[in-house]
Design a protein around this ligand. Sequence first.
Ligand SMILES: Cc1cc2nc3c(=O)[nH]c(=O)nc-3n(C[C@H](O)[C@H](O)[C@H](O)COP(=O)(O)OP(=O)(O)OC[C@H]3O[C@@H](n4cnc5c(N)ncnc54)[C@H](O)[C@@H]3O)c2cc1C
Length: 471
Amino acid sequence: MTEDTFLAKASALLGPRGLTADADLMQPWLTDWRGRFTGKALAMASPATTAEVAALVALCAAHGVPIVPQGGNSSMSGGATPDEGGASLLLSLRRLNAIRALDREERKATCEAGVVLHTLHEAADEAGLRFPLTLGGKGSATIGGLISTNAGGGQVLRHGSMRAQVLGLEAVLADGSVFSQLTPLKKDNRGFDLKQLMIGSEGTLGIVTAATLRLLPAVADRVVIWAGVASLKAARALLLHCDDAAGAALEQFEVLPQRCLDAVLDYLPDSRAPLAEAHPWHALIEVVADRSSAEGLRERCEAMMAGAFEQGLVTDAAIAASESQAEAFWLLRESIAPAERAKGPAVQHDISVPVERMPEFVEAAVPAIEAAWPGTEAVAFGHLGDGNVHFHVLAPAGQDMSWTTADGATISHEVNDLVTRWGGSISAEHGIGQLKRDELARLGDPVALDIMRRVKAALDPAGLLNPGKLV
Ligand SMILES: Cc1cc2nc3c(=O)[nH]c(=O)nc-3n(C[C@H](O)[C@H](O)[C@H](O)COP(=O)(O)OP(=O)(O)OC[C@H]3O[C@@H](n4cnc5c(N)ncnc54)[C@H](O)[C@@H]3O)c2cc1C
């Protein structure tokens, strides 16, 4: 069977908008977000319905054509980029972009895989509700991609990752059959939870075509606080204090060292440090309330911070006086990545260790890496409450990008070894993709890896779904 026969059949199935082999049209989708991987594809298919996806996958199965599913192409591990062989079909889910239903009373929405996260936020907002997960790539990331990577973000602390938001799922399996469990059941003990198996499987077990997602009442008010603390251990104690004081209203708790803040202040024109003095660590705290609990929120936060001062947990703090000041605080946090990029090459690690061990881990790992590779600068920042930090190592001054694949690669090896020794994960949020596949094989629990490979072989015996990724 020739490629031409397959393409002719795919074209007949999907119509002119549904298939292209035009190099210019495909080009933006063949390199990953961070520009680390570039691949080739036979063609790019863009089906518009679940039925078209199912028929296309069945056609691929009949012709032995590998499939690389893709949503917004905003992920960080090269999971949506085909290999360089050019034999795979790039399967874009972006045309499956309908919100099939949004139920205000039941607080749930059924979205197709290609719905962009920001679009869902807007739709929920119009209904007086919210979808409780957001991240920097919200203008590109799709529901299918978010589910397939089990994406996180700052709100995991309170609401959990994507896994916790999915109430129902529809997916096309490797043989073209459709697994449909979109109707949520609060209680259902009919064996394995198959939708959970699909979540986080990075397109290797099935193609997500739609999902039913939970929504919450909209935020009526929020208070954003910037606090200076003496150590990461003190930041953790502050987190526990806020959790006790604010309870379910504690929405986000992020940490960054002074070094990160300095880099951001150098990078962002007209930016100002929220506190007068430098502090070893900073915490950015957000407390939110819906309409039923908005009254007195600010006073409750002030009392919470007074308690923190009394217990010696903070050395200074500022409560944003307005929404624009709150935005300015968040801008400082969100500018860490570009500020760091402006400083030069770096290797990034999205890692987790048991929450209670995070301060100890960072205090051990930062000096260990800097001592072993003189001139490097190691920084850890991010989601302390989830035991997840971005652990970045910046190259010594004067290095170019080739450093990332030379010393940088050896450093990443060492960071992954350290994380594993501390009982942590080499991928807290961003998935494995092709970036960390070999490291997962090297460091993963052999029994867990064996189970994953057996599940993969059972659901995709021909190995056509996203080959070369994850396992
Ligand atoms: C500025 C910025 C900030 C970010 N911040 C965060 C963050 O805080 N937390 C976080 O977790 N991530 C973050 N990300 C990463 C990214 O947004 C997430 O990984 C997101 O889930 C990717 O969605 P996508 O639609 O772009 O997926 P893609 O990049 O297109 O695909 C991701 C993976 O899912 C597979 N896939 C995609 N769609 C489907 C489908 N329908 N069915 C089966 N498999 C599919 C792909 O094959 C690939 O393996 C950030 C990205 C950017 C650019």
